[in-house]
Design a protein around this ligand. Structure first.
Ligand SMILES: *Cc1c(COP(=O)(O)O)cnc(C)c1O
Length: 474
């Protein structure tokens, strides 16, 4: 196929075909739960040498969707409870179609004025919704992993600057040592961020946590007494298994008194701020210095959407600014998208964020958070009425930690839990996966989809109970 000279009618048919296929997938999703193709079968669909000759545009898109669909999880469906995965809401998807069609490079104002403007507005809306300081800045990044990285880069630069060291220019060679405090049940990606930043994933002071994974405030106070020099503390809103929050109101003030930079990983938990029913869980969180969160979890944007939010805008810019003679500088007081993220060229992530915030509004987002939490509680209530099934966490948010054979010795309970999970997955009415919590096998459920109503939650509980009974009998 020669490049160039594509007829407008051909483009329209191509886009229509992609949209038709996308809608067809969504229609089929509520009924399908496990992919029929695993990795090997998917690979077999695509494995061939690099084609010398090209293919027709429409054929390529049909070939892609035919080959991929059997290997797709129903992550967008109402009964997908695996990992912590948002629903990729149709409005966000449509905004992302346009984003790709427009082909904007959201690096700077000159290259993409509308993309930059929409990020400015969406950033303001995020502060308002998440009740964070209005003077903060936001980097629109790929997800919470890179948001943690970006925020911690700002933290590293600032705590060293305060002791007279310019880490952005000189690196860490010969720099004063930074003490990094982190809870024992922090998410693994925070440790990766520390690794990328030269702070080391093992060279940290791990603070003991309670049964739900919350940092023990007394242990923190004891540790703070022994620490001097620059300090970065990493707290958490929404533990990946239990959904628990550190006690921000109790632990941020002593950290700030010590001059620490306080970062919060709130990949999904920061959204508790958006509902009056859950905001007590994150009380005191606004006193932190930086917050990492995801759009592609609770806000339901399509993937590739996270936010690095930093109170000290200058520290954020210093850590991320890319300066080159051919790159225009934003005007005074203007926000250039690339000043707050590691990348220069990137997709215009602000469009999908703006579309979801505009579509749901403050009330719609609060209702979404409440519905997910209510559905999680309903599943917990129904399961805990069943002898032999135990809910191991306090269900305050959207996460459930479930144990089968709760009355059995540990090893037998582990085996029964694993068998029940296999049966649940084979039945295919829901999808959820196993995890380890406090050394034991558990089933973990995350209710993070806009379509998970109480009816869907009841169906989920029934399918879990049926699988457990069938495995226990066998
Ligand atoms: C999902 C998650 C992350 C990582 O976010 P990505 O969007 O996968 O990059 C970090 N921390 C917590 C608590 C999470 O739930």
């Amino acid at each position: 196929m020669a490049a160039g000279g594509i007829r407008m009618t051909a483009i329209a048919s191509l886009f229509q075909e992609a949209a038709r296929r996308a809608a067809g997938f969504r229609q089929a999703t509520p009924a399908r739960h496990m992919p029929t193709h695993d990795y090997a079968a998917s690979l077999a669909c695509f494995e061939e040498p690099l084609p010398a000759a090209g293919s027709d545009m429409l054929d390529v898109i049909r070939r892609l969707s035919d080959g991929a669909e059997p290997g797709l999880h129903a992550t967008t469906g109402p009964r997908f409870f695996g990992w912590v995965i948002g629903g990729s809401h149709p409005v966000g998807v449509a905004a992302d179609f346009l984003t790709s069609a427009w082909g904007q490079n959201a690096g700077n104002h000159a290259a993409a004025p509308a993309a930059a403007a929409v990020e400015t507005v969406a950033a303001r809306w995020l502060f308002d919704l998440l009740k964070l300081p209005a003077e903060s800045s936001v980097g629109f990044v790929t997800g919470a992993t890179v948001a943690n990285f970006t925020c911690l880069a700002a933290a590293r630069g600032e705590v060293l600057r305060q002791v007279g060291w310019d880490a952005d220019a000189k690196g860490l060679f010969g720099a004063p040592e930074i003490t990094v405090l982190i809870g024992d049940d922090a998410h693994t990606t925070v440790f990766s961020a520390l690794q990328f930043l030269g702070l080391g994933h093992d060279r940290v002071l791990r603070l003991p946590t309670d049964a739900m994974g919350r940092i023990d405030p007394a242990a923190l106070a004891g540790t703070l007494d022994t620490v001097s020099g620059p300090v970065i503390a990493v707290l958490q809103a929404g533990q990946i298994n239990t959904g628990a929050f550190d006690d921000f109101a109790a632990i941020i003030p002593p950290l700030k008194a010590k001059g620490a930079w306080v970062h919060v990983d709130g990949a999904f938990g920061l959204w508790a701020q958006a509902s009056a029913r859950t905001s007590h869980l994150s009380r005191g969180i606004e006193a932190a210095d930086s917050w990492a969160t995801d759009g592609h979890k609770w806000l339901q944007t399509p993937y590739d959407c996270g936010y690095a939010i930093v109170r000290n805008e200058l520290a954020h810019r210093r850590a991320m600014t890319i300066a080159a003679s051919y790159l225009p500088l934003a005007g005074e007081g203007e926000r250039d998208p690339s000043h707050y993220v590691p990348e220069l060229s990137r997709r215009a992530r602000g469009f999908a964020t703006w579309a979801m915030l505009k579509h749901l509004g403050r009330d719609g987002i609060a209702a979404l958070i409440d519905q997910c939490c209510a559905s999680a509680r309903l599943v917990a209530d129904l399961l805990s009425q069943q002898p032999g099934i135990a809910i191991l966490n306090e269900v305050t948010l959207n996460q459930l930690v479930i144990r089968f054979g709760a009355d059995l010795p540990s090893e037998e309970g582990d085996a029964l839990t694993r068998k029940t999970i296999e049966k649940i997955q084979a039945d295919g009415i829901i999808f959820a996966g196993g995890a380890k919590w406090r050394g034991r096998d558990v089933l973990r459920l995350s209710v993070t989809n806009f379509q998970t109503t109480s009816d869907e939650a009841q169906l989920a509980a029934q399918s879990i109970i049926a699988a457990f009974k069938s495995v226990s009998r066998g």
